[in-house]
Design a protein around this ligand. Structure first.
Ligand SMILES: [Fe+2]
Length: 156
């Protein structure tokens, strides 16, 4: 069904593609976080096991929010894993049981996502006059900034 929310269809198409890329990043990061939750070993096993679980839960909520934003502007959500891998800015990493390596990889992924979201804030707001999605990615960036801070504190 056609929607009339004050943003041209051509713009919502580009915005939806960018949001599908964000979704791909979030799904990849959630998968990494969860595999680290399962595979971590060492003296701080329980601490990291629980920490990864809490970050995974937060990412899971973010994933749903991003997907629903795509539907809100009248487009469909990419749900195929192979397509999502192509869309993502993140790379899959080799499995690791080493907490330090895991945390460094997660931090790198969060920071990649933060830099991308920071760009999208002005792309959506300035280029496409879509202040709703500009605000949405601003909030998302702040969540990742906080998650990245938590991870950085472990790596000190
Ligand atoms: Fe678990």
């Amino acid at each position: 069904m056609k929607i009339d929310i004050g943003i041209p269809e051509k713009s919502t198409q580009t915005i939806a593609l960018e949001l599908n890329k964000v979704l791909a990043d979030e799904i990849l990061l959630a998968a990494k976080t969860r595999s680290y939750h399962w595979n971590v070993e060492g003296g701080n096993f329980m601490e990291l096991h629980k920490f990864y679980d809490s970050q995974y839960e937060e990412l899971n909520e973010i994933i749903d929010d991003v997907a629903e934003r795509i539907r809100v502007i009248g487009h469909y959500v990419e749900g195929r894993l192979a397509e999502l891998l192509q869309l993502s800015n993140l790379l899959e990493t080799s499995p690791s049981n080493d907490g330090k390596k895991q945390l460094a990889d997660l931090l790198n992924s969060h920071e990649t996502i933060i830099r991308n979201l920071r760009k999208l804030i002005s792309v959506f707001g300035d280029d496409y006059k879509d202040l709703g999605n500009s605000d949405f990615v601003t909030g998302l960036m702040q969540k990742h900034e906080k998650m990245a801070w938590f991870i950085r504190a472990y790596l000190y």
